[in-house]
Ligand binder design. Structure first.
Ligand SMILES: C[S@@+](CC[C@H](N)C(=O)[O-])C[C@H]1O[C@@H](n2cnc3c(N)ncnc32)[C@H](O)[C@@H]1O
Length: 429
């Protein structure tokens, strides 16, 4: 199986392709590498391969002609990948796909850029996929190329000693791999987990699966989106510490002081749907509390009646699930009272964050998640046309507005709450 490498520094590959399993694979004839230097295709006496960029700016750009001539010289380039920080993220799924193509007889051609990159028209002339190996910038594509080479080659049948080692590894089922241990069992008081040393294979398998889930949830939660999970996996995820992150979050739906459409500050009435739906979302994400804030006595009586119906009255008998959600609801006169209540419950003053559909805030959902690992957070949601400036001014920070793909961002407060909760606490954040 053939891999073509286009690089201005062929010597860069000498050592990595000449040791360990890669050397064995080359010696055994499983994979072979052909190196092409675009400098060999340069026509002037200085063997120039770069030029200054159109539009100005620092650095040089790899010129088209030497790259085009080099690519045309390769009899069968097969799949062509360009190493580029702006490319599609290189991942195990693509490695698997490229390895399968190689097994089916399609070679792989990898282009390493240098300088500021290559003349973009190369992508118009050849079917090239730009790939990035991470959100950082390297001096050149050679180090990136080695990532691609190693990840693809170790999936070629015969490359690794035992055929199924690739199956168990990180990313093979959209999960990160469980931790490994070897002798001694006790190293200066650091003990190997008992589940691995008791000799019970079913227990070992269960422990490894749980660790995979735990590590994936902790470090790369977005991977869980594509992971095939069974009921046991889901039960395990539900018991992991993510929920305690939710318990640190408290929502307050503020009905005064909020704005009307003319930007006057006023009190608005409660909405049954907001009370129910935000309570249900809060319950789904395991929140510490959901406060409904209104100073109006008649509105407080209405809220008490509604909550009584669902938590102790007829509603609780007909729909106990709703009871569970509505038990989270706490009435409060104003934001100061909410802050005091959260402080009393958590033993610490919460970080108070506002939200607004207007571009007033800079905090990201990741910032909120980060804050939740350290202290309680109270997130204020405004009814009417949003929280009054007098409330926002007193907040410790304001969240960025939610943005859809269009210019329209008039979410109902209950929809906004659900989207925010998922961005802050969902697997995919
Ligand atoms: C100094 S970098 C050019 C960076 C480019 N000006 C930018 O900001 O995107 C030179 C070459 O290194 C390679 N390279 C750098 N970082 C990379 C990454 N994260 N993934 C893939 N290739 C990378 C590319 O081939 C690139 O053309």
């Amino acid at each position: 199986m053939r891999i073509n490498l286009i690089t201005l520094f062929p010597e860069y590959f000498d050592s990595p392709l000449s040791c360990g399993l890669m050397q064995k694979a080359r010696e055994g004839g499983l994979v072979d590498f052909q190196l092409f230097n675009p400098r060999d295709a340069a026509t002037d006496k200085h063997r120039t391969v770069d030029d200054s960029p159109y539009g100005g700016g620092p650095g040089m750009v790899m010129a088209l002609a030497p790259l085009v001539d080099t690519l045309r010289k390769i009899p069968k380039p097969g799949r062509i990948l360009l190493m580029a920080p702006a490319g599609r993220p290189f991942a195990q799924a693509l490695a698997r796909n490229l390895a399968a193509d190689m097994v089916a007889g399609t070679p792989l051609t990898l282009i390493s850029g240098r300088y500021e990159g290559i003349d973009a028209r190369l992508l118009e002339l050849f079917p090239i996929t730009p790939v990035s190996v991470g959100d950082y910038v390297l001096n050149g594509g050679e180090a990136a190329c080695l990532n691609v080479i190693e990840s693809v080659c170790r999936l070629l049948p015969g490359f690794m000693g035992h055929e199924n080692s690739g199956e168990e590894e990180s990313f093979s089922h959209s999960l990160l791999e469980y931790p490994h241990y070897t002798r001694p069992e006790n190293f200066a008081g650091h003990i190997v987990p008992e589940a691995l040393t008791a000799g019970n294979h079913a227990r070992i398998a269960a422990w490894r699966r749980q660790e995979s889930l735990r590590i994936t949830l902790w470090r790369r939660p977005e991977l869980l989106d594509a992971a095939p999970l069974n009921a046991t996996d889901l039960a395990c995820l539900q018991n992991l510490p993510r929920l305690s992150l939710g318990r640190n979050l408290h929502l307050a739906l503020v009905h005064y002081p909020v704005l009307d459409k003319d930007k006057n500050s006023l009190a608005v009435s409660l909405t049954n749907l907001d009370i129910h739906d935000i309570a249900r979302s809060s319950c789904c994400y395991g929140l510490g509390g959901y406060y409904v804030v209104t100073p109006l006595q008649d509105q407080q009586r209405l809220l008490a009646e509604l909550l009584a119906h669902w938590t102790t009255g007829a509603g609780s008998r007909s729909n106990p699930d709703r009871t569970e959600a509505l038990r989270l609801v706490i009435a409060a006169n104003d934001v100061a009272e909410v802050i005091a209540q959260v402080e009393a419950r958590c033993g610490e003053r919460p970080l108070v964050l506002g939200s607004s559909a207007r571009p007033e805030g800079a905090l990201t959902y990741r910032d909120v998640r980060e804050a939740l690992t350290k202290r309680p957070v109270l997130l204020l949601l405004g009814t009417g046309h949003g929280l009054a400036p007098t409330v926002l001014e007193k907040c410790d920070g304001v969240l960025r507005p939610l943005r859809g793909a269009s210019g329209y961002n008039h979410f109902s407060v209950r929809s906004a709450a659900a989207v925010m909760l998922d961005r802050i606490l969902g697997d995919w954040h």
